[in-house]
Design a protein around this ligand. Structure first.
Ligand SMILES: [Zn+2]
Length: 245
């Protein structure tokens, strides 16, 4: 029975390895997807900034056209002022000129504001373009490394499964099925008993059961957590006390 339990213990180690490998394998596509999402997020930001830049440039051209138009009007009003024949016409032309000048000032102020915005958009676009291309490079590397790593993990899982299959032939079917049932539910299905306690749930075993377990003729399960118990002699009394990490 001891040999069979030892084989099962070895098999459990392989199962835990397979579990760990599978978890890591599963995390790789998630990491790749996260990087891909970052790339597309920056891509969207860039697209919005480019759109705003286009709008701002259009807005700026409109203001400049408006200033040109007002400048033409100003020239005409100045000519009118020159030709004014009396005080009334003079005042009217002067009022027109004042209004036009005010308009021009306002349009020019708007032009300056929009030019400032354009400058900011250009800077942001420049920065995000660099960031975007770096992220794209990072994505490519992540994909390549990830695919390579996944191939490694798949092959490692395959090898471990092969070793597990070999090992399982050394464990009686009934015991193996029992182990697998518990493993599915609790992960760790086979646990050592140390100093009379199940290390799966920490419950103290009855002395009679503990004595029988030490003989090693029969399979025992913990009455509390139902895990399969393996008797372990404490070889180094300090090893337990030193486990402080
Ligand atoms: Zn237990």
């Amino acid at each position: 029975m001891q040999e069979e339990l030892a084989a099962l213990e070895e098999l459990q180690k392989l199962d835990l390895d397979i579990l760990e490998l599978s978890n890591e394998l599963g995390s790789i596509p998630i990491a790749i997807e996260e990087t891909r999402e970052n790339v597309s997020h920056i891509g969207e930001i860039l697209e919005r900034e480019r759109e705003r830049l286009r709008e701002s440039e259009e807005w700026r051209r409109d203001r400049e056209k408006a200033v040109e138009l007002q400048s033409d009007l100003l020239t005409k009003s100045k000519a009118k002022l020159q030709l004014a024949r009396n005080e009334k016409e003079n005042k009217a032309a002067q009022r027109e000129i004042d209004t036009i000048r005010k308009n021009i000032q306002e349009r020019e102020k708007e032009t300056l504001d929009v030019m400032e915005a354009i400058e900011q958009y250009r800077k942001a676009i420049e920065e995000h373009t660099v960031e975007f291309s770096e992220l794209e490079k990072h994505l490519k590397a992540t994909e390549e490394e990830g695919n390579e790593r996944m191939r490694e993990m798949e092959s490692a899982i395959g090898n471990t499964e092969e070793r597990r299959a070999q090992l399982s032939s050394r464990v009686p079917d009934k015991l193996l099925r029992q182990y697998e049932r518990i493993h599915k539910r609790l992960g760790l299905a086979l646990v050592p008993v140390i100093e009379g306690s199940c290390t799966g749930c920490n419950i103290g075993l009855q002395p009679q059961m503990y004595n029988l377990l030490q003989r090693g003729n029969k399979i025992f399960t913990c009455p509390n957590c139902f895990r399969i118990l393996v008797y372990k002699k404490v070889e180094d009394p300090e090893s337990g006390a030193e486990k402080q990490d």
